[in-house]
Every structure is written in structure tokens, then in C-alpha cells.
Design a protein around this ligand. Structure first.
Ligand code: AMP
Length: 281
């Protein structure tokens, strides 16, 4: 497995792989890897000849009061996991390699980024779309794999790839969960033992909503209120958003007629966690 640190070296490697007829798959990550990330790698291996996993804690997607400095970083551990899982290349650039002091260019997707996580994390998606564009330009992948855990992120990246005519196939992979159903996340590392227990409310409330829908409830207001009440039974938990949206357009739904994506963001203590679940009638 190779480790590549510069844009130029990555582009040269990508050019020679492409000349040799290899299909390149990219898995963008911020490191602190867990089985959710590794499932993306497995999918990328199925869809390509050479898998590049990028590790880059992207400063432009963190707000001023967010956890950029505290974000967990352990390259040696990530490297061991990626060797074992069969990655071919780790692309691991430094911050000033991606954003030299002369840097002034950003990619933005309108509308889709204004709600949900975009509303509570201003500038977050601008950072995401910018870094994903830069990773595409360095790695020159034929396909890139993203997790459905970040449901809005996938929609935004798909929009960007179509709108900017990017020649990259966007592939998604299902959410990987812990045994007790908490969605895996690098941010779970921050949770205390009590908070880790409280965090189960995310999936439990999604399940509750699914149950209500399966039992015939179609009024989104009623469903939202029911799961809101369930979440707020926990003292240390507050709600950022709960929305029932159309899985394709992300538009809010008032009355459920076919498929619905339940998306939520919840603070457990100070830690913001997200999760989502699709229900098809
Ligand atoms: P991150 O390192 O958190 O930026 O995530 C990198 C990629 O891994 C993103 O495409 C995420 O959606 C994906 N990912 C993170 N957690 C999970 C999970 N539990 N299941 C599936 N994919 C995930």
C-alpha cells in the first residue's frame, strides 16, 4: 500500500493508473476510521481496480465553534486498518498542501444546502463540496463512495457532480451500526458512558417513527411530535432537527404517500449526532 502526500504525486499516480487501464475508486474520509468507513472501502473494491482512501480533516467544513482541533486523529491506527482491509493507496495531504495561504476558491451548491445540517452548520457544505472537488481533481477517480449516514451530504455531492459535469460515478453505501444500533461515527468517541447510552435515542426514535407509519399514521406533524416527545424524555438530549423528507428532493413532506426519509440531528450533551432511516410504503 502506498501513502501519497502531495497533489502532484497523487495526480501523477492517477495518470499512470489510468494509462494502464485501471479503474480508480475513491473513499473520502476524515480518518478515525471505523467499520462504517471500511464498508465504503469494501464497496469501492467491488467497483474499481485500485482503491484510494483519502484521510483529511477538512478545516473548511468546520464552523468556528466546532470540534476541528479536538477531532480524533490517529494516522498509524488508520494505516494499519487500511492495510488489513486491502486499500491500495492512502492519500494523506497536509492542510497547507490542500489550502495554501493563497487559497481563495470555493464550490457551493445552492438550495439543497440551506436546510437540515446546512441550516445549523452555516458554511459546512461549502467546505464539503470544495474539498470533494479538490479530492476528485487530485485522485481523478472513476467512482467515489459515500455513506448514507450523511444523507444530505450525498444529495449535495450528487447535485454538484451532475451540475458541474464531473465524470465521476457517485456510489452510496448503507449505514453501518453498532450492535445496539447506534450509527457508527468518529464522534461517538467523545461520548461518556451515560451519553453513549442516551445516544440510543436516535435510532430508537427512528424506529418509533417507522412503527407509527407502518401502523397507518400518515400525518407528518403527528409523527414528528411523537418522536420529539420520546427524545425529550432524556434530560441530557436536545433536538437540532427532525424532518420527514422526500428521499430524492429532500423537500419536507406533510402527508406520507410513498417513500419517506426520516432525518434527524440531536445533541447528546454537547455532541451533535445525526442519523436517518427510509420507510417505503
Ligand atoms: P467522515 O470520516 O465522518 O467524514 O466520513 C467519511 C465517509 O464515511 C462519509 O461518506 C460518511 O458518510 C461515511 N460514514 C461515516 N459513518 C458511517 C457509517 N456508520 N456507515 C456508513 N458510512 C459511514
Amino acid at each position: 500500500m502506498k501513502i501519497i502526500n502531495t497533489v502532484k504525486a497523487m495526480q501523477q499516480e492517477a495518470d499512470s493508473l489510468r494509462m494502464a487501464g485501471k479503474r480508480i475508486g475513491l473513499v473520502p474520509t476524515m480518518g478515525a476510521l471505523h467499520d462504517g468507513h471500511l464498508s465504503l472501502l469494501t464497496m469501492a473494491k467491488e467497483k474499481s481496480d485500485i482503491v484510494v482512501v483519502s484521510i483529511f480533516v477538512n478545516p473548511t467544513q468546520f464552523g468556528p465553534d466546532e470540534d476541528l482541533d479536538a477531532y480524533p486523529r490517529d494516522f498509524d491506527r488508520d494505516e494499519r486498518l487500511l492495510i488489513r482491509a486491502g486499500a491500495d493507496i492512502i492519500y494523506y495531504p497536509a492542510v497547507d498542501e490542500m489550502y495554501p495561504t493563497s487559497y481563495h476558491t470555493y464550490v457551493t451548491v445552492d438550495t439543497l444546502t440551506e436546510k437540515l445540517c446546512g441550516a445549523s452548520r452555516p458554511g459546512h457544505f461549502r467546505g464539503v463540496t470544495t474539498i470533494v472537488t479538490k479530492l476528485f481533481n487530485a485522485v481523478k477517480p472513476h467512482c467515489a463512495v459515500f455513506g448514507e449516514k450523511d444523507f444530505q451530504q450525498v444529495a449535495v455531492i450528487r447535485r454538484m457532480a451532475v451540475d458541474l459535469n464531473m465524470d465521476v460515478e457517485i456510489i452510496t453505501a448503507p449505514i453501518v451500526r453498532e450492535k445496539d444500533s447506534l450509527a457508527m461515527s468518529s464522534r461517538n468517541n467523545y461520548l461518556s458512558i451515560e451519553e453513549r447510552q442516551d445516544a440510543l435515542i436516535l435510532y430508537n426514535s427512528l424506529e418509533k417513527a417507522r412503527k407509527l407509519i407502518r401502523e397507518g399514521m400518515r400525518d407528518v406533524d403527528k409523527i414528528s411530535k411523537a418522536i420529539e416527545a420520546l427524545i425529550l424524555e432524556k434530560d441530557n438530549v436536545s433536538i437540532d432537527y427532525i424532518n420527514l423528507i422526500h428521499p430524492g428532493t429532500l423537500e419536507d413532506i406533510q402527508h406520507i404517500e410513498d417513500s419517506v426519509q426520516i432525518v434527524l440531528a440531536v445533541f447528546v450533551g454537547k455532541i451533535r449526532l445525526i442519523d436517518n432511516l427510509r420507510v417505503d410504503l
